[in-house]
Structures are given as structure tokens and as C-alpha cells.
Ligand binder design. Sequence first.
Ligand code: NAP
Length: 301
Amino acid sequence: MYDIGIIGGGTAGMTAAIYGQRAGKKTIIIEGGTFGGQITSSPNVENYPGIASVSGSEFSMNLLDQAVKLGVETVTEQVTGIRDENGVKVICTPGKEYACRSVILATGVTHRHLGVPNEERLTGAGVSYCATCDGAFFRGRDVAVVGGGSTALQDAEFLSNYCRRVYLIHRRDEFRGEDNIVKRLEQKDNVEFILNTTVQEIIGDMSVERLILNNKKSGKQFKLEVSGIFIAVGHIPQNEMFAETVKLDGNGFILAAEDCVTSHPGIFAAGDCRTKEVRQLTTAAADGAVAALAACKYIAG
Ligand code: NAP
């Protein structure tokens, strides 16, 4: 029996584990993919208090190392659901079950797709959702980045170090992401902004060859020759498997306020997977701490 079972090994989940374990609670993190979550693919994090600059992968590795050294158990398994047996929460994976006194859902979010023709077929053949993972394959080539948030801006900056030309395609004329990155991109000779523009179609036989774009102001369609398209248009939650256990909002986020308390006693939600205004590394870490302390209080009765 674990005191705290944490589903998801991103910043929120690992922070919760550190707080839970340090409070003397037997804690396990169950992660379906790679420990670290979204921030792992951030080339450079510059807005975490006390750390002027760190790569997302180094930040995540440090968190995991800190948790493991404290004695947190970690397993890599895909969670398929949770059930409550007289107050004991049983986390199910394909081959195992984990009985826990409390559970913290820290499942994060997954990449939103554009939903345009050939996007799925050419994923891995020029269509990518991770510039830091795939950028080096496009050395000396022309690529596009789609999106106007911090991820798209960071991706464009990262790719400009490898690629001949980087087109940053955004559907509006104002960026949502950090202004200081926009200013740095404006100084780059090989970065071009294509604003008020959406992607209509990705064209390519075996790999991406060009994009069909639509300028929303003029209504005109035009072609853009690129061999890669990096899609950074935000994220969507993946909480369907918990829908019978905790209440979700209309967009699939777990209904929980700043106290991380869900509709189900003893189950808490931390980080990007819950309803919240600001989804940042700092707020994910904050949620991890809040949820772990709430779980400790719940266990104590
Ligand atoms: P985001 O802030 O939600 O931005 C998504 C962008 O994609 C927006 O510009 C949006 O356009 C655009 N978009 C959404 N759907 C689209 C569609 N169907 N077609 C075309 N464009 C579409 O996502 P994010 O950039 O991944 O950032 C997520 C969170 O992580 C944010 O809070 C961000 O600040 C944070 N973050 C932090 C760091 C860091 O270093 N600390 C790094 C990356 C991200 P509109 O603007 O028109 O809505």
C-alpha cells in the first residue's frame, strides 16, 4: 500500500513526489512515457525563479534525480484507470495494480494537432511536434514553425541555429509568447514571420515538400516550399480514463481549484491537467507542492 500514488512524472508530479516523500509518505510515480513531461523538450528555460537559464532536459533530470534520491519509487507503465475500493484507490496499468491511500493526477497535456490534410501521414517524415528532438535532422534546410506561443517562439529560435530559413507562421499578428524572444527573432536574418496566416494543407509524397497557406486578411492562398513543419499550437488534456472518477470541465481538464482538490475524496489534481488560468513551470511546481500537502492531510484524516 502506497500513501501517495502519483500519475504522471512531469514537473507537477515530481514536485508532488518530493514533497510527499519528504513528509515521510511512501510515494510512487507512475509515468507512461518519459519522465520530465513537456518541459523536457524546451531548449532553454529562462523564467524559473532562481535559475537564470537551464535546458528543459537538465531541469527534468535534476528533478527526477532529487525524487529518486529521496526514495520515491518510479515505474514506467501506462495507467488505464483508477477505482475506489472502500476508500483505497487502486491505480490500474495493463499488468499491475497499485493500492494507494491517496492519488495525485498530474497527467499534463498532449500536443494539439492542426487537423490539416497529410498531417498524420507525414508525422515523422517532416511533420514534428518537437523541435529539440527533431531539429538537427533539418540542418541547412528550410522549415516552418506554426504557432504564436512561447513554444513556437522557442522552437523558431532553436531551429534558426540549424536551418537555412525558418518561417514562423501565426494565425494572428500578435504573439502570445514572451516578447523578449520575439525581439531576438526579429534580429535574426534567417527567420521570417508569416502573420495572419493559417496552414491549409501539408503536401508531400514520402516527406514534406511544401505547405499551402491562407492569408486571412487577403483571403489569398499561397505555397511555401519547406522540408519540415514544426507544429506548436498548444496542448490538450488526456483525462478521459478518469472521467468516471473525477469531474472534468467541457474541455477535458480536471475540475480542481488552487487547492488541487477534485470531486473525489483523496484524489487531487496538479499541474496542466487541471482547470487553471496560468500553465507554467512555476505553477506546475506550485501545484505539486499543494497537492502533496493536501494528500498528506487527507491521509492523516
Ligand atoms: P500556447 O501558449 O497555448 O500557444 C498556442 C499557440 O498556438 C497560440 O499562439 C495559438 O494562437 C496557436 N494556435 C492554437 N490552435 C491553433 C490552430 N488550430 N491553428 C493555428 N494556431 C493555433 O501554447 P505553448 O506555446 O505550447 O505554451 C503552453 C504554456 O507553456 C504557456 O503557458 C507557455 O507560457 C508555457 N511555456 C513556457 C516555456 C518556458 O520556457 N518556461 C516554454 C514554452 C511554453 P492564438 O494566440 O491566436 O490563440
